[in-house]
Design a binder for this molecule. Structure first.
Ligand code: B12
Length: 296
């Protein structure tokens, strides 16, 4: 809800919204007072969906806005995930975006961090496999919800990208994040989910005439095996294939140094983070344009 400053002053003056006046003459409103007021005027507000944890979540959003993540916020979000309260995370994401925090920053700094923490807890025996699965499903609930909210705004004639998790890869959280980022940047996405063979990625690339194939890999594997997957994609596409391969995820890092082994190394882009990818996708020009530029 967007509220004009004058409305807030009016509510304060009328005593509806309790506030203190500072020595400098400014009004100071506590989060508790704001929550009580908001619950009277609009009970479904995202702010209220944060529940009692709002006293940690709101300062946590402000920390995210400054480019950092607070340990308290990470703990709160992990707790919500353990309780399968994905609606609270969705509310947090909406609020954070209202405060100017980008989706990609939320993914890299907050959700990625939370999921890595979940991995550490699982490895140390603090979480059982059922808890890890429940958390994974809850985070996917959030991402599917975001996707459904973004998708209707994509123009009918928008370019389409193909996206999937690399063959043998069951982790799809990173891929789903990329899906929402592409959609937010105005792309349609042919999303193929987990464990996608190269043949199917290229089949869909042809079907939708996609200028980008995006591949995600979370489990680390040998650089040679990643290069083999990328090479196969390029062979299936042929020398005049009109697509760029965007590859990312914590599992692919080591392969970057072998990129020169590919038949078309300049047609592959490696990404370390969602933030890097989001700006690249927003500014992307199709390979046809790139080829034309090269010959000029
Ligand atoms: C949740 C989880 C699962 C869930 C996955 C559910 C799901 N729906 O995705 C389940 C339970 C199914 C699972 C299974 C397994 N898992 Co697991 N899992 C995890 C966990 C806890 C979180 C993964 C995650 O979501 N990470 C967060 C994402 C967002 O990070 P990310 O992928 O790196 O993505 C970020 C960026 O890299 C980027 N990005 C990602 N993809 C892309 C793509 C593009 C194009 C771009 C531009 C950017 C980009 O954006 C993201 C935002 O920052 C991790 C712990 C960890 N440290 O990651 C272990 C972890 C990844 N799993 C691990 C293992 C070993 C497994 C299993 C093999 C376990 C087993 N013995 O059965 C299996 C099967 C793996 C398989 N065949 O794929 C290991 C991997 C170790 C390694 N050597 O790499 C980890 C690290 C746990 C550990 N500490 O040992 N897992």
């Amino acid at each position: 809800m967007e509220t004009h400053e004058s409305s807030i002053k009016r509510w304060c003056n009328a005593g509806d919204l309790p506030c203190e006046t500072t020595a400098g003459g400014h009004r100071r409103i506590t989060i508790g007072a704001l929550a009580a007021f908001a619950s009277r005027v609009q009970p479904s507000l995202d702010f209220l969906l944060l529940g009692e944890d709002r006293t940690i979540a709101i300062p946590g959003i402000l920390t995210l806005r400054r480019g950092k993540v607070s340990a308290d916020l990470t703990k709160v979000v992990t707790g919500w995930l353990l309780d399968a309260e994905s609606f609270r995370i969705t509310a947090l994401v909406r609020l954070a975006r209202g405060f100017g925090v980008s989706l990609s920053a939320l993914y890299d700094r907050l959700i990625g961090e939370v999921m890595r923490g979940v991995g550490t807890s699982w490895a140390s025996g603090a979480f059982q496999i059922g808890e890890e699965h429940r958390i994974s499903e809850s985070i996917l609930d959030v991402l599917y919800g975001l996707q459904s909210a973004i998708e209707p705004g994509i123009p009918e004639n928008a370019p389409c990208a193909v996206l999937g998790a690399m063959r043998g890869e069951d982790h799809v959280t990173g891929a789903m994040m990329v899906r929402t980022l592409l959609s937010e940047a105005g792309w349609k996405v042919a999303y193929l989910g987990r464990d996608v063979p190269e043949e199917d990625l290229v089949l869909f690339q042809r079907k939708v005439n996609a200028p980008i194939i995006c591949v995600s890999a979370t489990v680390s594997r040998s650089p040679e095996s990643i290069i083999a997957v990328l090479q196969r994609l390029q062979e299936l596409g042929g020398m005049d294939a009109g697509f760029i391969i965007a590859v990312g995820g914590s599992g692919i890092k080591a392969a970057r140094r072998l990129v020169h082994q590919l038949s078309q190394p300049d047609r592959v882009v490696f990404f370390e983070s969602a933030t890097e990818f989001a700006s690249w996708a927003a500014a992307f020009q199709s390979p046809h344009v790139l080829v034309r530029d090269e010959t000029n």
